[in-house]
Design a protein around this ligand. Structure first.
Ligand code: ZN
Length: 84
């Protein structure tokens, strides 16, 4: 997840990227993907999970991109030290 964040962060050069914003993106993405994975893992055999790992990374990427947009468009009200 953190590695995907760093990778996608490069595609959002205008994104703030401070710790607060990073955490917001991560939490947002985690909340989006976690229920899906819990459901998926409950009855899945290991081989199937392994096969779907690429799909998991894709899902995480989508959730992270969505998180970047959300956090960028509506930064925290107390977010004061946004770099120029
Ligand atoms: Zn920030």
């Amino acid at each position: 997840m953190a590695r995907e964040y760093e990778r996608l962060r490069l595609t959002f050069p205008e994104f703030c990227g401070c710790e607060t914003c990073r955490d917001d993106v991560m939490v947002f993405a985690l909340n989006r993907v976690r229920p899906h994975y819990v459901t998926q893992r409950r009855g899945a055999v290991i081989a199937r999970v392994r096969m779907e790992r690429d799909q998991e990374v894709a899902d995480i990427s989508v959730a992270l991109v969505e998180g970047f947009r959300r956090v960028h468009e509506s930064p925290r009200p107390d977010h004061g030290d946004r770099p120029a």
